[in-house]
Ligand binder design. Sequence first.
Ligand code: BG6
Length: 495
Amino acid sequence: KKLGPTVIFIFGGSGDLNQRKLTPALYNLWLDGLMPEQFSITGTGRTDYSDEKFREHLLQGINEFSRRKDEKNGSWEEFASHISYLRMDVDKPEDYNAMAGIISDHEAAWGVSANVLFYLAVAPQLVPEIATNLNKLKKAKDKDKARIVVEKPFGHDLKSAQELNKLLTNLFDESQIYRIDHYLGKETVQNILALRFANALFEPIWNRHYIDHVQITAAETVGVEDRGGYYERSGALRDMVQNHILQLLCMVAMEAPVSFEADEIRNKKSDVLNAIRKIKKEEVQKYAVRGQYSSGWIEGKKEKGYREEKGVDPDSSVETFAAVKFYIDNWRWQGVPFYVRTGKYLKEKTTLITIQFKEAPKYAFPPEASETWRANRLSISIQPEEDIRLLFQAKRPGQTMSLNPVNMVFSYADSYNAPQPEAYETLLLDAMMGNPTQFMRGDQVEVAWEVIDPILDTWENRPPVDFPNYAPGSWGPEDAEALIAREGRNWITLP
Ligand code: BG6
């Protein structure tokens, strides 16, 4: 589908997300010929930029973060001629008049009624104010032409997410609201649907009868960097579990959709979220573990502890690591634990989903034939490795029946030569096309908070006594090992 003329506004235009992700994504879409013929991008912010300075600032981002740089001679310049900057205070309603002017000027020049995308790449506390002011623009009320993209975190807890949903749906039609979770735009995440629902071989065993447990690890090797201020209000549960990890869990656990209609897919995911067992406050300790990194050495370099980071309270009890055991109380998943963990400054950068199948019903081989029976395992590696591996037992060559787990691997790099689009490219294109399938619906966000809220509540009311409790470069606190080890299992990383 060819996109119609589009006017894009990026609130938080001078910020990090735009420089690292959004402008590079739009630039790559443009290089691929996927942007509309007529488009304009306006970054807004409080910084004083001329158009020229703003473009320079964005070009730095292209050179540092984009998968393709300014490669064809002059390509950036041509793309950048579509970009301008609007200095504004989001709390001054009169500043929004300039936006109305930009829209009508373009429409007059193009001779059409344009699509408009408002991208809110701003701190969550600014979203209500911007949305309210935007609604005064006539164009924003155009259900078919105007869309608003809201970055995560969507709210701070269940109550604030409900309020935000109420406010947004009073101002806009639900079909105009795009709640973004960039994990859903990752190729390897989208491929989970293909793996599960375009192949008949996995489906019959994709359930409690054959699956022992599921693990999701989203580990990072960086600390909070310069985002201490944001992170102090967030923590690992809000930053990663409420959104990215629960969305991954939905992809693994959802029932087969009847079609690829946006609401059909989202209904199936909502069903999963609704079926997640709510952890009782008095049981949080049994199901969830938190951690915070101390100072320590990584690769010969001394790194600061979380409490020493800029913008962080020296007594902070905010978690930089979280591990949780979830159960999904439906027919398919009854009794199957889903162990998830995420953290900053962990040993490896990896986002990995592991489906551990059950032991063969009868193991005829002598115990010494193999070190482990746990070979029946499917690993979906989201990043940085992008592959799917099926680990199974094979006979080691030789005169004895000795077993050895081997991998059958599908690797993106080996199978496809073409570079993959970044998540933000896919999602920005979807938002411009008006396809909300890979975005979160209001009800999903709320149920995800319902799942997380009891843990948040308990943790906030019971300050940790042992923080900091893990060293940078480790796999997190010991309690996280215990959470899974006491059930005879262990955390899995790629071999
Ligand atoms: C963001 C979080 O949503 O996801 C960050 O706010 C985190 O704290 C990031 O680093 C991880 O994204 P990715 O795509 O690098 O795995």
